[in-house]
Design a protein around this ligand. Structure first.
Ligand code: CTP
Length: 401
């Protein structure tokens, strides 16, 4: 969630300032870029060298960078640079200055310049925290759109026990993560994605399979995770790494198994059925390896359950997107499937197009919606195709019913 995010950490003068080192480490570990500003008072509690080493960036305390040259630190640029600003620990004094817009130090000037969401994690002794002026100031900050990460209760530096202890670094970082998640376009949406082939067993060593690599479904799952969705990925056997950040990953082998797990995981906001489910499976499974015959060998096949059709018949509010791989009469065939299976959209890829379909890292798709309007896309990487599919899903998720 924090990967690549630019975070401006402001440290003010509380004994809890040492915890800024732990916060910095957690943020850096998650791939965030961290720039730190400190008030002069905070540098009595933790050194700029410590925080500069951890953040890999020079720590800024004052407007003036170099007395000799007159070079100065630009609070406006910093305020614009940040995706998020975090004030931790925030003392009663700094909170009051933020409320009053008292820009007599570099930190408050930067705060007033910040265009990004600001998080304030207070830390102080219990009576200072409980005081009417602190409480009113926090309310004012909140009313102005700042996010307060409330302090915890416990033993304080003064030896007193009560509310005022800086929230734990993990809790503070979790707040930032949750906030970023809530800002994402598919936040809170549950999405089921199926991927890969099925393998229909003939005997203990043989099966009927297909050439699906699972790459398209996995790319969709990765993109949906990036957009904050809670993703369940059901996949047949593939050689791909399981994406990070899934709600759950379920490995299946056969059409029967995928039908069972899809039924168990049917309560979703959207389902994208990109798995290449076998339409037929051997009627009988031989417990023993079938011996070579003197002559030809015919395997009797029986129809599998069409999972997507079942979903279309049983869906309530789920948005259903199916896939169609066609070789001829592409649009017509795909439209037929869309209607027969009661889908909200179907993604058509045709084997006529070079670089589209199974095994490749690219795909060329047409998305056909309920209104039978079709959208053609260029040949792209499967990761880019996933972006197009999820952009489309976001538009149909807005439609009720
Ligand atoms: N599908 C499914 N269950 C099956 C077969 C297919 O859920 N037993 C789903 C696939 O995941 C895909 C869509 O149905 O999203 C289209 O699959 P396809 O096999 O192309 O369609 P069919 O209706 O089986 O038609 P045909 O094989 O004749 O092209």
């Amino acid at each position: 969630m924090l990967e690549g995010k630019k975070i401006l950490l402001a440290v003010t003068g509380s004994i809890a300032a040492y915890k800024a080192a732990f916060i910095t480490r957690l943020l850096i570990k998650q791939g965030a870029f961290v720039k730190i500003i400190m008030t002069k008072a905070s540098s009595d509690f933790v050194t700029p060298l410590t925080l500069g080493t951890l953040s890999k960036e020079p720590v800024l305390i004052d407007f003036l960078k170099d007395e000799n040259t007159g070079e100065w630190n630009n609070h406006v640029d910093l305020g614009i640079w940040a995706d998020l600003m975090l004030v931790a620990p925030a003392t009663a004094n700094s909170i009051a200055k933020m409320v009053g817009g008292n820009a007599d130090n570099f930190f408050v000037a930067t705060y007033l310049s910040a265009k990004c969401p600001v998080f304030v994690a207070p830390a102080m002794d219990l009576d200072m925290y409980a005081h009417g002026s602190t409480q009113d100031n926090l309310k004012l900050l909140q009313q102005r759109g700042n996010h307060i990460i409330f302090p915890e209760s416990g033993e304080l530096a003064s030896g007193l026990v009560g509310e005022g202890r800086l929230a734990e670094p993990e809790v503070i970082v979790k707040h930032l993560e949750n906030f970023l998640k809530s800002q994402m376009s598919l936040s809170g949406k549950r999405i089921l994605i199926t991927a890969g082939p099925t393998q229909e067993p003939i005997d203990p060593v043989r099966y009927i399979g297909n050439r699906s690599s699972g790459k398209m479904g996995f790319a969709i799952a990765i993109e949906a995770i990036k957009r904050g969705a809670e993703v369940t990925l059901i996949s047949g056997p593939t050689s791909l790494d399981t994406p990070k950040g899934l709600r759950s990953f379920i490995q299946i082998n056969t059409a029967k198994e995928i039908f069972e797990v899809c039924q168990e995981n049917f309560e979703q906001d959207a389902i994208i059925m990109s798995a290449a489910v076998a339409d037929y499976t051997p009627k009988d499974f031989s417990e023993e390896k079938v011996k070579k015959k003197a002559d030809d060998w015919a395997i009797e096949l029986t129809k599998t359950q069409d999972v997507l059709k079942w979903m279309g018949e049983n869906k309530t509010s789920q948005k259903l997107i199916g896939f169609a791989l066609e070789t001829n009469n592409e649009i017509e065939n795909a439209q037929g499937k869309l209607e027969r299976k009661n889908l909200d959209a179907i993604v058509l890829n045709t084997l006529q197009d070079e670089g589209a379909g199974f095994q490749t890292s690219t795909n060329k798709i047409t998305i056909i919606g309920k209104n039978n309007k079709s959208l053609d896309f260029e040949l792209k990487s499967k990761a880019e195709v996933a972006v197009d599919i999820l952009n489309y899903l976001e538009t149909i998720l807005l439609i009720k019913g």
